[in-house]
Design a binder for this molecule. Structure first.
Ligand SMILES: Cc1cc2nc3c(=O)[nH]c(=O)nc-3n(C[C@H](O)[C@H](O)[C@H](O)COP(=O)(O)OP(=O)(O)OC[C@H]3O[C@@H](n4cnc5c(N)ncnc54)[C@H](O)[C@@H]3O)c2cc1C
Length: 399
């Protein structure tokens, strides 16, 4: 066992967008900060890599311009295209600007280096022990047991978070995780290259989509049962062949992971305990359409601000963090709330305007299609909590 002498102000588990944003804010305030990452850096991340206009503004304000080397072609997307079972398409533009499209490996590493935090990669977090004066953080690094010490610990370790599991052992049973997988195809497809295509089609699983990245078409789905990914992926392929002229030459690469969208859909976020915070997707920040980088970065920054304020004022950390994330939690849950989607613009795209432009018969078809897709989510046990959250928001203005 190796012990490190130093007691860091903050140790962050996970070098994704939440961890890096948290680290940058802390380092700027003079906190000694260590980021621990289990993979070798720069690391691959299963993701479409689309940064919402809000994420782009946040990055410009907090990190500067995204380097050219992070972009994938087309480098900016104009909006989303909702595709329906009969082949009908409903393009919706982003309201304020286009959305940059990046490769996560390059983008996340750039963000992490900008933080100027100390970084230990190839280091797998195992568990933590709370002591009166510090938190002991146990890891395995390059096959050796290593223990670190810190005053505050931040879990930014993504949807299948070990820190969340240690803090809330029952949690993984309460909210079923959804498997999301994607293939990268060398293929022709008759869909606009500068849009994210989302299939409003309950037969293709909880969620299915495609987007063009460099020479690939990235096509993926979340099957109704994790073990049935290949079956659902074939359904998506068949649908695209029939309705959108997909011609596959080769499948080049596949990846996937478990996602925890139920937390934001039903407004059940996690904050942590004592001097241990959870942030980013580990805490439940994931927008509808699987867009999680924006709320993860924003919550990561708020985790850092909460630590700095708690240190300066002695106020309870978790209360501060809960308060500071309130607006982002409301925004995030609004993206899953059909009433908000139709009355406000939480997705930064005017869905209501696009629907109202359609002929009456298509409006009914679109609304019916959305309702049928939502029905899938009842199988996950999200239905009743989502309706309760939606009604509370409608009646009280918050969740
Ligand atoms: C297929 C797919 C497509 C997506 N497309 C988009 C998109 O286009 N736009 C968008 O905004 N979002 C998208 N998302 C969601 C987005 O990827 C996540 O919401 C976002 O990455 C969450 O950021 P994070 O920093 O919280 O966690 P992550 O990015 O998951 O980072 C967590 C980090 O913690 C590390 N880690 C985990 N466990 C440990 C451990 N025990 N010890 C040490 N390190 C550990 C991981 O290796 C990882 O590097 C997509 C997700 C998927 C699966």
């Amino acid at each position: 066992m190796i012990f490190t002498e130093m007691i860091y102000d903050v140790i962050i588990i996970g070098s994704g967008v939440a961890g890096s944003t948290c680290a940058k804010t802390l380092v700027e305030k003079g906190c000694s900060t260590l980021v621990i990452e289990r993979k070798a850096l720069p690391r691959h991340k299963s993701c479409s890599g689309i940064l919402s206009p809000r994420a782009w503004r946040f990055i410009q304000d907090n990190f500067g311009e995204i380097p050219k080397s992070s972009f994938s072609k087309p480098d900016y997307l104009a909006g989303v295209n909702f595709c329906f079972p009969n082949g009908m398409q409903m393009p919706v533009d982003f309201v304020e600007s286009e959305a940059p499209q990046v490769w996560r490996k390059e983008f996340d590493y750039w963000l992490l280096l900008q933080s100027k935090a100390e970084i230990h990669d190839n280091t797998n977090f195992l568990n933590f022990e709370e002591n009166p004066d510090y938190i002991k953080v146990n890891c395995i690094s390059h096959d050796k047991n290593v223990s670190y010490r810190c005053k505050y610990l931040v879990g930014a370790d993504g949807p299948f978070s070990n820190i969340v599991h240690q803090l809330y052992p029952e949690f993984r049973k309460r909210f079923p995780f959804v498997f999301v997988g994607q293939y990268f195809y060398d293929a022709d497809l008759e869909l606009a290259q500068n849009r994210f295509h989302f299939f409003v089609n309950p037969k293709l699983g909880y969620y299915s989509w495609c987007n063009k990245k460099d020479q690939f078409w990235n096509i993926g789905c979340a099957p109704l049962k994790p073990g049935r990914f290949l079956e659902f992926q074939r359904r998506v392929e068949e649908h695209l062949k029939k309705k959108h002229g997909l011609k596959i030459r080769r499948i080049l690469h596949a990846d996937g992971c478990y996602e925890n969208g139920g937390m934001s859909a039903t407004n059940h976020y996690l904050f942590g305990r004592g001097n241990v915070l959870v942030t980013g997707q580990a805490a439940g920040f994931l927008d509808f359409l699987g867009e999680g980088m924006t709320p993860s970065m924003i919550s990561g920054k708020q985790a850092a601000r909460a630590i700095i304020t708690a240190q300066d004022t002695g106020q309870p950390l978790i209360n501060l963090y809960e308060e500071m994330t309130m607006a982002e939690r409301i925004h995030c849950s609004d993206t899953w709330n059909p009433l908000q989607l139709l009355s406000a613009k939480p997705l930064e795209a005017d869905v209501k305007k696009a629907i109202m432009k359609l002929p009456a018969v298509d409006i009914l078809y679109v609304l019916g299609g959305i309702a049928k897709l939502c029905k899938n989510y009842y199988g996950l046990g999200w239905g009743i909590p989502m309706i309760k959250a939606m009604l509370k928001r409608f009646l009280t203005g918050h969740y």
